[in-house]
Design a protein around this ligand. Sequence first.
Ligand code: C2E
Ligand code: CA
Ligand code: CA
Ligand code: CA
Length: 276
Amino acid sequence: AKDNGRHTLCFFDPAMQAALLAHVKLEADLHQAQENQQWLLYYQPQVNSCGTIIGVEALLRWEHPERGMVSPCEFIPLLESTELINDVGEWILAGACQQLARWAQHPRLSTLTISVNLSPQQFRDKHFLSRVEGVFARTQAPLSRLKLEVTESLFVAAQDETRHKMLALKAQGVRFSLDDFGTGYSSLAYLAQLPLDQLKIDQSFVQQVLDSQANASIVESTIALAGSLNLEVIAEGVETEAQQAWLLAHGCHVYQGYLFGQPVTVDEMERRIEKV
Ligand code: C2E
Ligand code: CA
Ligand code: CA
Ligand code: CA
C-alpha cells in the first residue's frame, strides 16, 4: 500500500487487498463469535506412566456458522492483537473453573487437573488479576486443580510485574506450567526467578526424539533441568509408543498427545474416564 495523501491508502496489489479484507471480515466474525457464544472448550487428556488420566488441557474451538470448526491457530493471533483476547480468555477460564467445580463433586473426577492457556497479552492486561479473581469467586473452583500455561515470551519484559501476578495467583493455590519449552528466545535465568511448577516439553522436540540426536539431547537436558529445579515435566505431542518408551526411559512420566487421545468434548472425556 502506498500512502496517498493524509488518510487515504491506495492499494496496488489485489492479493494484498484481498488479504486485508479477509482479515477485516475475520475480525468482525470474531466479535460476532464472542457476542453469540460460538466458543467451545475441548479437553485433551494428560496421562501418567500407567496410562491413567490425571488431568486435561482445555483447548479453545470456534464453531463458525459457515466454516464449521475453526482451529485456534487461525484466530488466536488475531484475538491477541485486539482487546477481544481479554473477554474470550475470561470465558475460557470461567468454563474450565466451572468444570473443576462440578468435577469436585465426583470421586473419580475430583482429582483431575485442568490446564488453561494464557495469552501473554491477556496476562499483561492491567485488569488481569481482578478478572481472574472475579472468576474464582464466581465459580468457587478448587484452585489447587488449576494449572495456567504461560509461554517464555512473558518473561522477556516486565519481570517484576510478571512475578507479582504469578505470586498473587499462586497464593490461592494455582500452579503454573511453562508451555512450548525450548522454542522461545529468552534466557534460562528466568527459570530460577519465576515461580513455575511445570515444564512442558514442546511437541517439536518430542516428535523428533528418535530421529535426531540433537533433539534427543535437548529433551534429555530439559528433563534434567526440570529435575534439578524441582519442576514437574510433561511431554506434549506424544504420538507413538516408541516416543513414550523413550521418554519413560529418560525420566519423563507424564504425557499428552494423540497416542493417548485427541482433544474432545467434556462429555466424551467424562465417558472415557468413567469407563476405566
Ligand atoms: P498448544 O498450547 O501448544 O496446544 C497444543 C496443540 O497441539 C493443540 O492444538 C493440540 O490439539 C495439538 N496436539 C496435541 N497432541 C498432539 C499430537 O500428538 N500431535 C500433534 N501434531 N498435535 C497435537 P490446538 O488445539 O489446535 O491449539 C493450537 C494452539 O492454539 C495452542 O497450542 C495454543 O497456543 C493456542 N490455544 C488453544 N486453545 C487456547 C486457549 O484456550 N487460549 C489461548 N490463549 N490459546 C489457545
Ligand atoms: Ca498449551
Ligand atoms: Ca504447547
Ligand atoms: Ca503452542
